[in-house]
Design a protein around this ligand. Sequence first.
Ligand SMILES: *[C@@H]1O[C@H](CO)[C@@H](O)[C@H](O)[C@H]1NC(C)=O
Length: 263
Amino acid sequence: MLLLGLLLLQLSGITAAHQGHWEDYKYGHQGSEVLDKKPLCSWKCLLFTLQWPGGFCQSLNKDTECVIPQSINTWTIHGLWPLRVLSCCSCWPMFRSDVQEMEAELTEHWPSLVKTRSSFHFWLDEWHKHGACAACVEGMNSPLRYFQICLKLRGQFNIRRLLEDAGITPSCERLYKVVEVHRVLAPHLGDKHEIQCVTDDQGRQVWFQVKIPLSHNLTVGCDHHSGASSGPGWNGSPGHPCPPEVPFYYYPIDHQQPLQPCG
Ligand SMILES: *[C@@H]1O[C@H](CO)[C@@H](O)[C@H](O)[C@H]1NC(C)=O
């Protein structure tokens, strides 16, 4: 009897501890003095990064097969990244059921374009690398909320339309300059947005990505932002700012030949 009592006491102790962790997961880390002091939560700026499928395939190494699903015809999400976080933890698990209610939307706006990697794994990776750190802010403090914010931001920045309205359309022949694209996008993406290119195997500059700095509160621009290329996840990524003096291609999307849209 005594033994059973002890056992029950122990069990309830364990449950309480588990609930403590669970509360952290559910509500993020606000109010926790210990955790607030960690570099994990000290970020001031975010980068919202969108990718252009017509150029993205050129950014992969030759052995990685690129696939652009038939339904994908515009800019898609790469990620939403807190800046200058030393490392984000993979301590906050995410399950498929966490994003189930918006899976269709995510599939449309945040697809994996890498054949061997499912979209869910792309999201999972982004959550572990960046989302779990973004979760220090109210409103992004769960996988569901984080991905909802990303979708909302995607809706806010209709890059293809903005460019089209200015006569900048995907093309195999026309070349564009950083200054003309920047002029069109700056009123919407802020002055500090970055247009990113990759160099294709013929040495051409190909536009494939745009990085949009955001404040903690998700307004465009961020004072503490300086240089887009710091933090985890984009070190060693193949892109670079499109050189101002070299005109670049804004390739069309070719679903049949994603890697060679222009033959
Ligand atoms: C968002 O944050 C920025 C920078 O901290 C600040 O200047 C701006 O007023 C804030 N905007 C809102 C709507 O809170």
